[in-house]
Design a protein around this ligand. Structure first.
Ligand SMILES: [Zn+2]
Ligand SMILES: [Zn+2]
Length: 267
């Protein structure tokens, strides 16, 4: 499984950190984890195969995570690269996305879901079973966890056919259940909004994140959703003072390969 960091930042405009988005290449297909307003152009900037994107996951309604979804749908509706596309695009999103897209559609009759190919829009919780599980693509199973951030926000756990496990917290406050949910992942993509003295309970600061890491014991942690207060600081070494495991501070353009039981590899 390959991970490309499209946006390691937050809602605050930043010269080097776009808002939240991650590109995944799996044996089952490609998936975009969150779609900030920056994501469509960041995919192109990274030379990724965005016209053939297979699935999108939207964690919550904050616009630094979903503000690019309408833009992306508008873009792929009219881009030359997607006019011959026929395979469906699956979107799995928090409750409320359909209402958001409908409101945008009604403002200008964009018909964003009416494309040359099928847009399968699934809102949670309609697709999940009693354990929060669903199949995001054949050969790639997913599980959600309701995070203490907003009423509709979820973390995601992905497992491919080889057993490679990736957990993405998206935005969250601390939670003992989240530790269990994130347990023993090959890669834990975890928000680490603040360094210390966080202003809100619904995000993590470094000590929160490293406590989760020490108890969940992932093979590696990718710290992301970094507010500008992190600028110029050595996040990796500050993290390693609290947890000795492999920690990587995300930056836009970072590429990682992960495998079941394998060390992460920077590409
Ligand atoms: Zn956010
Ligand atoms: Zn948020």
């Amino acid at each position: 499984m390959k991970v490309v960091v499209l946006g390691s930042g937050t809602s605050v405009p930043h010269p080097k950190r776009a808002s939240a988005a991650f590109w995944l290449e799996t044996s089952a297909g490609s998936i975009l984890l969150d779609c900030s307003a920056d994501a469509p152009h960041r995919m192109a900037e990274e030379n990724l195969d965005w016209p053939n994107l297979d699935a999108i996951w939207i964690s919550h309604l904050h616009l630094d995570h979903c503000g690019g979804l309408a833009t992306l749908l508008f873009g792929i509706k009219h881009a030359p690269q997607t006019q011959e596309r026929r395979k469906p695009l699956r979107i799995f999103a928090c409750k409320g996305i359909r209402k958001l897209l409908t409101a945008i559609d009604e403002a200008n009759d964009y018909r964003l879901l009416d494309q040359h190919f099928l847009i399968e829009l699934h809102e949670l919780p309609e697709v999940v079973d009693e354990n929060g599980k669903f199949v995001i693509l054949p050969g790639l199973s997913a599980q959600t966890f309701s995070t203490p951030h907003t009423p509709e926000s979820s973390a995601l756990r992905l497992i491919d056919d080889c057993g490679t496990t990736l957990v993405y917290t998206s935005d969250t406050g601390p939670s003992e259940d989240l530790i269990r949910f994130a347990r023993a992942a090959d890669l834990l993509i975890m928000e680490c909004s603040f360094r210390r003295d966080k202003p809100v309970a619904t995000h993590l600061e470094l000590a929160d994140a490293m406590r989760i890491a020490s108890l969940a014991e992932p093979r590696a942690v990718l710290l992301t959703h970094l507010y500008p207060e992190w600028d110029g600081l050595d996040i990796d070494s500050e993290a390693n003072q609290l947890w000795p495991g492999e920690t990587v501070a995300a930056y836009d353009g970072l590429r990682l390969r992960i495998g079941s039981g394998a060390a992460i590899e920077k590409l």
